[in-house]
Design a protein around this ligand. Structure first.
Ligand SMILES: Cc1ncc(COP(=O)(O)O)c(C=O)c1O
Length: 397
């Protein structure tokens, strides 16, 4: 069976160019980039090249790029590093939203246990936070505003430039998690006006376990990893050289493909969306359709458990997600849809389709063809007296 992968927001397949370069990096650039000799300097040169490529993807200077172990660490460093560096000023406030990735939400919670005051700005059914709502949350105590660029579950794009302008006027720093926007839409740190920005390699056809935090020149963060003087004393530990080299290749590929691929994916996504809405009754799109990253749609299916639909689609060779992102395997109700104010049943009946490089029109048509029968079958099971679905409807384990 030809399988269709529609879960690119969870992770992307590694691009062949990335895999090839990483294989040669493992063999050839094995030196420690901190070593003075030829082998070390060769690894360092390759890492510098990657740093320049990642910087170019987001309109930054190479010296402002700090390599990390991924989006999660980048978010942790931005929040923890800024909170600790700013604690001496008496500013203890962090303004964020309920639709952030867990890497931000749970880090903010951890900081709250150490005295930070967290304000989660409300986000309605649109899935887009308004700059006015952020303005209302800012106080003279606000140290940091952390609001994501594109949401991983529904794809909506937040007005980060407007938010950063307001935060700056209030004397606060701004961090944005651009893990789901970089490589999909143009991301320019200067146009966004933020102070820190997180990205991750495995969302842009690079390897897992490597990412970057862009830190505006001159901004000092308290490191969360202490030890040697790696990454300009901002993150200790011998660098993941092959991963970083792979991320550099992925960033360069993303830049060259950005415009055309965005148009192609948006057309495919719209075809899928229209097709599903027309073919399956009781369906609705979660969140505003614009502004949204081109590869993502999140659709609710009335009277269907997302978990059952995901499994049925997988059996039909179609891989999707319930939206609860990287921690797949946990099929909890979506915290994003919950934060958007949707009722319990809708947080549990929604499926994310996230498209990517390998997808074609034929893939979309196969999904549109397969879905009505699968959904009808699941709905009939729900209605059958005594069925597991009937007894568990509404209260998912
Ligand atoms: C918006 C967002 N931020 C952060 C992350 C975490 O990135 P990583 O998997 O590289 O730790 C993800 C992963 O899904 C994400 O979607």
């Amino acid at each position: 069976m030809q399988r269709i992968y529609l879960d690119h927001n969870a992770t992307t397949p590694v691009a062949p160019e990335v895999a090839d370069r990483m294989a040669s990096a493992l063999r050839e650039e094995f030196g420690n980039p901190s070593s003075v000799h030829h082998f070390g300097q060769r690894a360092k040169a390759a890492m510098d090249e990657a740093r320049a490529a990642v910087a170019a993807l987001i309109g930054a200077e190479p010296s402002e790029i700090l390599f990390t172990s991924g989006g999660t660490e980048s978010d942790n460093l931005a929040l923890r590093g800024a909170a600790e560096a700013l604690a001496a000023t008496g500013r203890m406030g962090i303004v964020t939203t309920g639709i952030e990735h867990e890497a931000v939400i749970n880090t903010a919670k951890a900081l709250a246990r150490r005295g930070a005051e967290i304000t989660a700005v409300k986000v309605g059914h649109s899935g887009i936070v308004t700059a006015d709502a952020v303005a209302a949350a800012l106080t003279p105590q606000t140290a940091l505003v952390s609001i994501m660029h594109a949401n991983n579950e529904i794809g909506t794009i937040q007005p980060v430039a407007d938010i950063a302008r307001l935060a700056k006027a209030a004397g606060a720093l701004t961090h944005t998690d651009a893990v789901q926007s970089a490589g999909k839409i143009p991301v320019d740190v200067k146009a966004l006006g933020v102070d820190m920005l997180s990205i991750s390699a495995h969302k842009i056809y690079g390897p897992k376990g490597v990412g970057a935090l862009w830190i505006r020149r001159g901004l000092r963060l308290t490191p969360i990893l202490t030890g040697g003087k790696h990454e300009r004393s901002r993150r200790a530990g011998t660098e993941n050289v092959p991963g970083i080299i792979g991320m550099g290749v992925a960033a360069r590929l993303a830049m060259t493909k950005l415009g055309d691929e965005a148009v192609r994916l948006a057309a495919l996504r719209d075809r899928l969306e229209e097709g599903i809405l027309a073919a399956v009754p009781g369906t609705a799109i979660n969140g505003d359709r614009s502004p949204r990253v081109p590869n993502t749609t999140n659709i609710s299916f009335d009277r269907v458990e997302a978990e059952s639909l995901l499994i049925a689609l997988d059996l039909a060779g179609i891989a999707v997600s319930t939206g609860s992102a990287c921690s797949s395997g946990t099929l909890e109700p979506s915290h994003v849809l919950k934060a958007m104010g949707f009722p319990a049943h809708r947080t549990q009946n929604s499926i994310r389709f996230s498209l990517g490089a390998g997808n074609t029109e034929a893939d979309m048509d196969r999904v549109i063809q397969a879905l009505p029968g699968i959904v009808e079958k699941l709905r009939s099971l729900t209605q059958a007296p005594g069925s597991r679905l009937a007894t568990s409807a509404g209260t998912r384990r």
